[in-house]
Design a protein around this ligand. Structure first.
Ligand code: ZN
Length: 299
């Protein structure tokens, strides 16, 4: 029996239905084909999915580094993260060294890759997907307020994020986009082992700088919305003086930084509770190293 190397997680957020449907359809399509031998599948947060909620007690995708204490030991997601690691982590009975976590966003992000930190194997996987599909990559790093992501608990892992789509809303156009990626991933390890995939010479990244909150009044209520020129314009460069928000008095609030930046996850519905209106990123080009592939295959 060939060891499965790639774990596909869907439903990490219980109100993101399209990845779950795409995986169901994909498993049906590949039933007993060679692809089914290389992939393992699991739901991230089945209880939240049943209820159509992002999570039950806490965000599962911020719970993978959480220390258990008297106050959180009964949190469903804290226990679920432990279970997923014990089952599919490198020591587990269904051990997979590589994980792909499928998400959707309400922001106008298109199909994109999110990576966490600068791990060689993640770069390798991200570079391959970028070269194949032309996907933009958001590199999330150095953010002390956002930690404990699922993929960080595995030696290698990426998030595929597709949007815009509303929470709890099925969209077959979005599910078909997931299916294209899943089909590629099903053959990935085999293609890499047989030298059928080459790394591109470089990888283009949007590197996290900071997140900004909505402007608020003295009662801490949001008192400005994302400006019409900014909403749905993820990945587009802005510079000093460009509009960010429009407040209740119809005044435009502008970006005051000196550097050119690229805002992402603009107006993401799930991030309002995290006090995030959008995240600022800077573009970076990195040379790919051919040794990344052997590193990825060394598991
Ligand atoms: Zn999500």
């Amino acid at each position: 029996m060939i060891a499965k190397k790639l774990l596909i997680v869907s439903g990490t957020h219980g109100n993101e239905l399209n990845p779950v449907w795409a995986v169901k359809k994909f498993r049906n399509l590949i039933n007993r084909s060679p692809q089914s031998n290389s992939l393992e599948f699991t739901l991230g947060n089945p209880k939240a999915l049943e209820k159509g909620l992002r999570y039950i007690d806490v965000d599962l995708n911020r719970s993978f580094n959480v220390l258990k204490t008297a106050s959180n030991q009964n949190f469903y997601e804290v226990n679920r993260s432990e279970y997923l690691i014990s089952e599919y982590g490198i020591q587990g009975p269904k051990s997979c060294p590589i994980v792909i976590d499928l998400h959707t966003t309400t922001s106008c992000m298109g199909t994109s890759i999110v990576m966490y930190g600068r791990r060689q194997r993640d770069f390798c996987l991200a570079a391959i997907l970028q070269a194949k599909f032309g996907l933009p990559i958001y590199l999330h790093e150095k953010d002390v307020n956002q930690t404990g992501f699922l993929v960080e608990a595995w030696p290698c892992g990426l998030v595929i994020e597709i949007g815009p789509v509303a929470q709890n809303h099925f969209d077959s156009e979005i599910t078909e986009r997931f299916l294209i990626i899943l089909s590629f991933l099903g053959d990935l390890i085999n293609n890499l082992e047989n030298n059928r995939i080459n790394l591109p010479s470089e990888i283009s990244l949007f590197v996290h700088q900071k997140s900004i909150d909505y402007p608020r009044n003295e009662n801490n209520d949001i008192n400005a919305l994302i400006h019409p020129l900014r909403i749905n314009n993820d990945w587009k460069m802005i510079e000093e003086g460009d509009p960010l928000f429009i407040n209740i008095d119809n005044e435009t609030l502008t970006y005051s930084g000196k550097e050119k930046i690229y805002p992402l996850f603009i107006g993401e519905a799930a991030y309002r509770e995290k006090n995030i209106a959008m995240s600022f990123t800077k573009k970076e080009i990195l040379k790919c190293n051919q040794s990344w592939i052997s590193s990825l295959l060394s598991f």
